[in-house]
Design a binder for this molecule. Structure first.
Ligand code: PLP
Length: 399
């Protein structure tokens, strides 16, 4: 058994079935360890007050806990504190970059590069802005055998203004070499935005080493609370950007016909933000750091290789990706609808995802409507994968 499983109370819960829960939908969201769950009551019982606004000690304590979270996040990814903006999730982080930064630099006829594997959250905001400005969008394709980007050099030579791509695909699990792509993008004068939602839970991220201009992710995919997202941006870009939400606490002064804003990152955090969850997020980072991100990386890598090997034993399976180190595998089984597979697995208390995975552009490229997906995290182990493969084999024999 994974030595980390005991830290997660949900695995002691037998609410739905007598069989133990095998949770393999970690790309959607991860489970929470007891120390993180405890942190909610700890905060609400001892330190709750609105941040920044009060001059009393309780409010000052809440403010310093919130700013500690910002520092912890900055340290976790090798950034500076004022380069970290808290948002609601990855989706909101990308929308903020698109509606503020991209809107200010893009003109009709400019080129934005996305990739065919992007999650909808890195496609739809661009499509919305495209309607307003009229820039072009081109999609980097993937190779049919390696599933890696194929025509990126060619598209970069067309001088895009912005390249916005995922670090790890939430469908294929394939990791893109961001450092190399950022280097090439910069040489071609482009800005690079990286969606790190599926990489940061189990890969060491150093934004300086990657040299990306923006890097975004969600706390809930890394053992943290929902409702907390991170937008890292190089300070020079954040300073240039205008806020898109106005309201309390992001201003310096307001008059009837004029207002001025605080500096980066405060000008982006309008109103009463989700400070309690953001404070709790710090505990998730502490939990991950106590294990060690390189240990997690190795654990996921080993289990990922085992998963790939075992999945291939299932009759009629087709995996849409190759062996990878991210622990994400999407697949179909001949003649069985993905939703039926997921429902059958649920009978054995195995939770996986079935659907288009918010990646309809990629589904169209694969000529499928839907796929099944398994995604692992630190509380999973070989016995979970064995149960999955047994159950899948049982299903494949039914048809
Ligand atoms: N990007 C990728 C690669 C994802 O896998 C996801 C969610 O699964 C998102 C973005 C969106 O994350 P959120 O729903 O937390 O905004």
């Amino acid at each position: 058994m994974s030595r980390y499983k005991k830290d997660f109370p949900i695995f002691q819960n037998t609410k739905f079935y007598s069989k133990d829960l095998v949770y393999l939908d970690n790309s959607a969201t991860t489970q929470k360890p007891q120390v993180v769950i405890n942190e909610f009551s700890q905060f609400y019982e001892n330190s709750n007050a609105n941040i920044y606004r009060g001059v009393y000690r309780l409010s000052e304590e809440a403010t310093s806990l919130y700013e500690k979270s910002r520092k912890d996040v900055a340290d976790f990814i090798g950034a500076k504190e004022n380069e970290i903006v808290f948002t609601k999730n990855t989706t909101e982080s990308i929308n903020l970059i698109v509606l503020s930064f991209a809107r200010s630099i893009l003109k009709k006829g400019d080129l934005v590069l996305l990739s065919i594997v992007e999650h909808h959250s890195n496609i739809v905001p661009w499509l919305i802005l495209q309607k307003e400005i009229g820039f072009k969008i081109k999609y980097i394709d993937i190779d049919d055998t390696s599933f890696e980007f194929s025509n990126i050099d060619l598209l970069l030579s067309e001088n895009p203004k912005i390249v916005s791509i995922t670090h790890v695909s939430n469908v294929t699990g394939i990791e893109n070499n961001i450092k190399e792509i950022a280097n090439k993008a910069h040489r071609n004068g482009a800005i690079i935005i990286v969606d790190g939602a599926q990489s940061i839970p189990h890969k060491k991220i150093d934004v300086v080493d990657l040299d990306c201009d923006f890097f975004v992710f969600s706390a809930h995919k890394m053992l943290g609370p929902t409702g907390v997202g991170v937008l890292f941006g190089k300070q020079k870009f954040l300073d240039e950007m205008q806020p898109i939400f106005g309201g309390g606490e992001m201003i310096l002064s307001v008059e009837q016909n004029n207002c001025s804003f605080k500096s980066t990152p405060y000008k982006f955090e309008a109103g009463t933000i989700n400070f309690a969850d953001t404070i709790v997020f710090s505990k998730s980072l502490e939990y991950i750091s106590n294990i060690g991100i390189s240990k997690i990386e190795k654990y996921i890598k080993d289990l990922s290789l085992y998963t790939y090997k075992r999945l291939q034993e299932v009759d009629g399976i087709k995996i849409y990706g190759l062996e990878n180190t991210s622990g994400i595998y999407s697949f179909s089984i001949k003649k069985i609808h993905p939703h039926d597979i997921a429902s059958f697995l649920d009978e054995d208390n195995i939770a996986i995802r079935a659907g288009h995975h918010c990646a309809q552009v990629l589904m169209e490229r694969f000529e499928v409507y839907a796929l099944c997906r398994v995604s692992i995290y630190i509380y999973n182990d070989k016995s979970d994968i064995d149960k999955l493969v047994d159950s899948l084999s049982k299903i494949s024999r039914l048809f």
